[in-house]
Design a protein around this ligand. Structure first.
Ligand SMILES: [Fe+2]
Ligand SMILES: [Fe+2]
Length: 285
């Protein structure tokens, strides 16, 4: 297959921040994910973790930035910081939209901020970077699953879909950056694995807690059938989380590296689609 040249490699070594300024209009339906309460709240809960979560990722990498001597990785780190900063800003806009529709997104955002603030006080910089690597593996897996299976977005309002597609592209694009920094300045695989186990448990636990916080104020109930359908969406025979099993476990291999799954072609296909939808040059391949 012919490799498509990346015009952005000169700036950020293939990791290029794309400024979006999405306009989340008031007439976006409250249940923008296919009219489905479970799926909309599930993704809104994730969205609430991004503004402060992305800041945590940035800070954990920035702490070691001066120790990066490889110019290509240093450029990627700058690209990574720019991308994550934009993600936080755009997800804050979506969170505001959902707050205006009555979901207590500000409660979840404040909860995330408090928890991460506490973690920062008690975790070493190395452990914080290992936590970023673990969560970057999560976001890369989810992003690349969404990129490879467009059915994931079925029925989502186009104006919200572009946010998730853009975020998925950039998560996939910078998936190796925190890991490479870790390998260069820390290199302790045992800490990396330990941190992944801790973050798997806390990610699932807090996803459920944040879902509940939002759902409590939902004007629409899911009911037992809706909940079972939601669980099927996640862990059923064709469930999205179930599909991630093998890739998740790959993280524990001795020779694991995020780049072992090459999704450049997938990203380029999605970028072309995004360019057609948004008309933004930033997605030119
Ligand atoms: Fe991000
Ligand atoms: Fe990321």
């Amino acid at each position: 297959m012919t490799k498509i040249p990346d015009p952005h490699k000169a700036h950020g070594a293939g990791v290029k921040p794309r400024r979006m300024d999405f306009d989340f209009a008031d007439d976006i339906p409250m249940w923008w994910f296919n009219g489905d309460v479970f799926k909309t709240i599930l993704l809104t809960a994730q969205s609430c973790t991004f503004p402060d979560g992305e800041r945590f990722f940035i800070d954990s990498v920035r702490y070691f930035q001066s120790q990066i001597t490889d110019p290509e990785l240093a450029a990627k780190v700058r690209g990574f910081i720019g991308q994550e900063a934009h993600h936080g800003k755009e997800h804050a806009a979506l969170n505001d939209l959902m707050a205006s529709k009555g979901l207590p997104t500000d409660e979840v955002v404040a909860h995330v901020k408090r928890n991460l603030g506490e973690l920062k006080k008690h975790m070493s910089p190395k452990a914080q970077l290992a936590m970023t690597c673990a969560l970057e593996h999560f976001t890369a897996m989810l992003a690349e699953l969404a990129l490879s299976e467009p059915a994931f977005f079925a029925g989502m309002d186009e104006r919200v879909k572009v946010l998730w597609m853009w975020h998925a592209i950039e998560e996939s694009e910078h998936k190796s950056v925190a890991f490479d920094v870790y390998q260069q300045v820390v290199g302790d695989r045992a800490l990396l694995r330990r941190q992944m186990i801790i973050n798997t448990v806390t990610f699932l636990f807090f996803s459920a807690v944040h879902f509940r916080t939002l759902y409590r104020k939902s004007p629409r109930r899911i009911g037992v059938t809706g909940m079972l359908k939601g669980m099927d969406f996640l862990i059923g025979r064709e469930g999205w989380l179930r599909k991630l099993g093998p890739r998740y476990l790959a993280y524990f291999r001795k020779d694991f590296h995020p780049s072992q799954v090459d999704t450049e072609q997938l990203r380029h296909e999605m970028m072309s689609r995004l360019q057609a939808i948004t008309g933004k040059e930033a997605f030119a391949v």
